[in-house]
Ligand binder design. Structure first.
Ligand SMILES: *Cc1c(COP(=O)(O)O)cnc(C)c1O
Length: 431
């Protein structure tokens, strides 16, 4: 498979180069030259297939022969080494739980698949040492740290804002050691992000270290998210109604992967992008004007994005036709007050604990179903509520159980290096 840059379709790359680079040299996002259509028999049979088999069929054409079948299958086995249950919550409403991975958020799948792919390319020998440099506002750091731990030929450097990630999130990215280094930045997430961007453009650094990024613009993190939708459909395929999926969205990588799955032949009729107060896309769907904004802080902090990087891929899927986009896609935004109220209501009614991101997804789905009762809905629960312990316990007015893996990590010693500015980062990368 070839991938073209969304800045200029003439600039193409194979899978390996696209994964190693992250962004195309012209700074465009990579997009597959064609979207593979799957056999309708395969979709009909999903029910009888193992998750590894499904994932292999979905992704193999995007990787091509750049990773041999057996290695790709091994990567998939490790990536999907936990459950992806769809549970009924209310009449016509199911929840797809994506938080059963090692760091309790859906980003585990993309991070592990990317670690496996980069690890393979590195082992194959012609790359040299690679440094994954990434800024995190919370969930990315833990997932990337966990996914890349012990991967030979790859060092990981994670920048996070001091005092601005939850305690659990901090432990997840500072306690592993080995090839994972956490840098605790005296500043905001936006400053971490700016420092990372600057490093990628700093030739003094890039001549000495081969840098790559691990956020959702990277193909190897973005594409495997298609698996969720196939694995969910496998569990609801007997339902004889039109399907809508509601996806709590920040950078729009996850929902965009869902739309890819639909293009490949999965019968999903509609997507709802559920947003918090960061409503750039909700506004766009009203006005057709794309106006990026500064992000504002909310309780669903993994979605605090004012200029969602993957939205341009969604426009590409819909061939920049606003009319067809509107037919298949709705965007909605909710306040923190609405989110907390919903967490409490769902807990009281169904004894189900939503995390703030899942609660936004639920809100979006319910609003859509009110107008379109002929649909069956699935919303994505993207993180375990324990990751946002204080917010959740305060909202539902009850204590939640802490999984044993979390108790274990809370006992571990935090190891991080404090840095104050870009010169500190540069000094670290060049030593
Ligand atoms: C990253 C994240 C999101 C947003 O996903 P995108 O693919 O960026 O839209 C939603 N919920 C949680 C818990 C996350 O960690």
């Amino acid at each position: 498979m070839k991938y073209y840059s969304l800045n200029n379709k003439q600039n193409t790359s194979n899978f390996e180069d696209a994964v190693v680079r992250g962004l195309a040299p012209d700074k465009g996002l990579y997009f597959p030259e064609h979207i593979v259509k799957l056999d309708s028999d395969f979709i009909k049979k999903l029910n009888n297939l193992e998750k590894e088999e499904i994932a292999y069929t979905v992704i193999k054409n995007y990787v091509g022969n750049e990773i041999p079948e057996n290695d790709l299958k091994a990567i998939i086995r490790e990536t999907l080494d936990f459950e992806f249950p769809v549970n009924p919550l209310e009449e016509g409403v199911d929840v797809l739980e994506l938080f059963h991975g090692p760091t309790l958020a859906f980003k585990d799948v993309g991070a592990r698949f990317m670690a496996g792919s980069l690890g393979y390319f590195s082992k194959k020998g012609n790359l040299g040492k690679i440094t994954v440099l990434v800024a995190t506002s919370g969930d990315t750091g833990g997932a990337v740290a966990n996914g890349f731990l012990g991967v030979e030929g790859v060092d990981v450097v994670i920048l996070y804002p001091k005092g601005k990630v939850s305690e659990i999130q901090e432990k997840q990215l500072t306690t592993l050691g080995a090839n994972i280094q956490a840098l605790e930045v005296n500043g905001s997430f936006d400053q971490c992000q700016a420092m990372v961007k600057k490093a990628f453009l700093d030739t003094e650094i890039t001549e000495n270290r081969q840098l790559t990024s691990a956020n959702s613009i990277n193909l190897a993190r973005w594409l495997p998210q298609m698996f969720y939708y196939f694995l969910a459909f496998k569990q609801v395929s007997q339902i004889d109604k039109k399907l809508v999926f509601s996806v709590p969205s920040g950078n729009f990588g996850n929902i965009c992967a869902g739309m890819m799955a639909r293009e490949m032949g999965l019968p999903i009729d509609h997507f709802v992008a559920a947003n918090n107060a960061n409503d750039t896309i909700t506004q766009f769907m009203e006005s057709q004007q794309y106006e990026p904004k500064e992000s504002v802080s909310t309780i669903s902090n993994a979605m605090d994005v004012g200029d969602p990087s993957n939205f341009i891929r969604i426009l590409e899927i819909f061939e920049n036709e606003f009319k067809s986009l509107k037919q298949g896609f709705t965007a909605m935004s909710y306040s923190d007050t609405q989110t907390k109220k919903t967490m409490k209501e769902v807990y009281d009614k169904s004894k189900y604990t939503l995390d703030p991101h899942g609660a936004v997804g639920y809100l979006g789905l319910k609003e859509f179903l009110k107008i379109n009762p002929e649909y069956h809905g699935v919303f994505l629960e993207t993180a375990h509520p324990v990751k946002f312990l204080e917010t959740v316990e305060e909202a539902i007015q009850a204590k939640i159980q802490i999984p044993s893996a979390i108790k274990e990590i809370m006992q571990k010693q935090k190891k991080s290096l404090q840095i104050n500015n870009y010169e500190d980062l540069k000094g670290f990368l060049l030593c």
